[in-house]
Design a protein around this ligand. Structure first.
Ligand SMILES: NC(=O)C1=CN([C@@H]2O[C@H](COP(=O)(O)OP(=O)(O)OC[C@H]3O[C@@H](n4cnc5c(N)ncnc54)[C@H](O)[C@@H]3O)[C@@H](O)[C@H]2O)C=CC1
Ligand SMILES: O=C(CO)COP(=O)(O)O
Length: 340
């Protein structure tokens, strides 16, 4: 073991499990908290998480647990990999135990009622904690299979960044640091929406020019939005911006892409989400992003188009017609909008 730091991962889904394994492979004992006792018992006895990460052996240093209070009390560094819809409700009752701890959000979503990012919720719930986020092109299954991967840890707290690098950086996983927590986190949340669009385009057999146009215009759109909210546009050229956008918009392993693909095959949104049976943050993010873009009057035609298809009864053909007929624009207008 490299040191005796007490580490926990909250959330027994595919990402929480994959990150726990990386920490354990680096020599750290990890408590992996999940709410489902049967799942914890299954992991303990079979050393696999078949529901969320089939076929991956779970390291002996990963200890599944269902006791959240004890896990928080005994850990100094906590990685939070809960769905965005669950994060606040899971942690708020335990706020007192989080003071002084290092909390790193792995969750790529936006809270529906408040438009808060997950690290902002952590900050609100635990104002005395040290807060960071981890984001990048990080498909859980590939991480678990030791595909060479890079990520970004972002925080104003340099000691937190250094500690996360120390415990997670490894033979197959590079951890870069950033001071732009907001930009890194926003990139991870926004790209999920565009992955749904990319999945639809793939199901409809659209060409490579179309896929490239979609990804590039998605980057322009999400950067324009982020700049308006005060983020540094340069962050969107990094791993947590264009890096994550590329992987999620081009891989059938992405759950958001899978939802889009199912929609493109003709399934309803409810059917597509039910068939997936895992977290696809982009559906909720689409709703809140559309409302926010309208409120702030930010031009986001791809977001508006997907929203029109999923929630306003428009057909794909109608939306494509509107998008392609829109007046010609400047290519990289979003950069010139920045104050950086
Ligand atoms: N899977 C991936 O490749 C990656 C996922 N993420 C992010 O990680 C977050 C978690 O996603 P996954 O692990 O992929 O999800 P998943 O769909 O694989 O698993 C979700 C887990 O959360 C648990 N859960 C749901 N509601 C809960 C609640 N109220 N209290 C406690 N546990 C609850 C489920 O039981 C399950 O264990 C998401 O925000 C996702 O965007 C980020 C990077 C990569
Ligand atoms: O964020 C991810 C990869 O970086 C995972 O994407 P999905 O949630 O769409 O599977």
């Amino acid at each position: 073991m490299t040191d005796q730091l007490a580490i926990a991962v909250l959330g027994g889904g595919s990402f929480g499990t994959a990150i726990s394994n990386l920490l354990a492979e680096n020599g750290h004992a990890v408590r992996l908290w999940m709410r489902d006792a049967a799942q914890a018992e299954a992991i303990r006895s079979t050393r696999e998480n078949p529901r969320y990460l089939k076929g991956i052996k779970i390291h002996a240093l990963v200890e599944p647990t269902t006791d959240l209070a004890a896990t928080l009390a005994s850990s100094e560094l906590l990685f939070v990999a809960l769905p965005s819809s669950a994060l606040r409700a899971a942690l708020a009752p335990h706020a007192a135990q989080l003071a002084g701890k290092q909390l790193v959000s792995l969750t790529k979503g936006i809270e529906a009622q408040t438009f808060k990012l997950m690290s902002e919720i952590l900050e609100e719930v635990a104002p005395q904690a040290h807060i960071g986020v981890l984001s990048g092109p990080n498909l859980a299954k590939e991480i678990a299979e030791h595909a060479l991967t890079a990520t970004v840890v972002a925080s104003e707290d340099e000691a937190l960044c250094r500690r996360v690098q120390a415990v997670l950086h490894g033979r197959t996983f590079r951890v870069y640091a950033s001071g732009d927590r907001f930009g890194v986190e926003l990139g991870g949340a926004l790209k999920n929406v565009y992955a749904i669009i990319a999945g639809m385009a793939a199901a409809l057999g659209m060409g490579e020019n179309t896929k490239s146009m979609l990804i590039t215009r998605a980057l322009a759109e999400m950067t324009r939005f982020a700049v308006k909210l005060g983020a540094n546009p340069m962050t969107f050229l990094g791993l947590a911006g264009v890096g994550d956008l590329i992987v999620t918009c081009s891989s059938p392993k992405s759950r958001n892409y899978q939802v889009g693909f199912a929609l493109g095959e003709g399934l309803s949104l409810e059917e597509a989400v039910a068939r997936l049976g895992e977290t696809a943050e982009g559906v909720n993010t689409l709703k809140v992003l559309k409302a926010k873009a309208e409120e702030l009057q930010i031009y986001m035609p791809l977001v508006a188009g997907l929203h029109a298809i999923l929630f306003e009864g428009r057909t794909l053909a109608q939306v494509i017609e509107v998008l392609m007929r829109g007046e010609p624009k400047t290519d990289v207008d979003f950069i010139s909008l920045s104050g950086f």
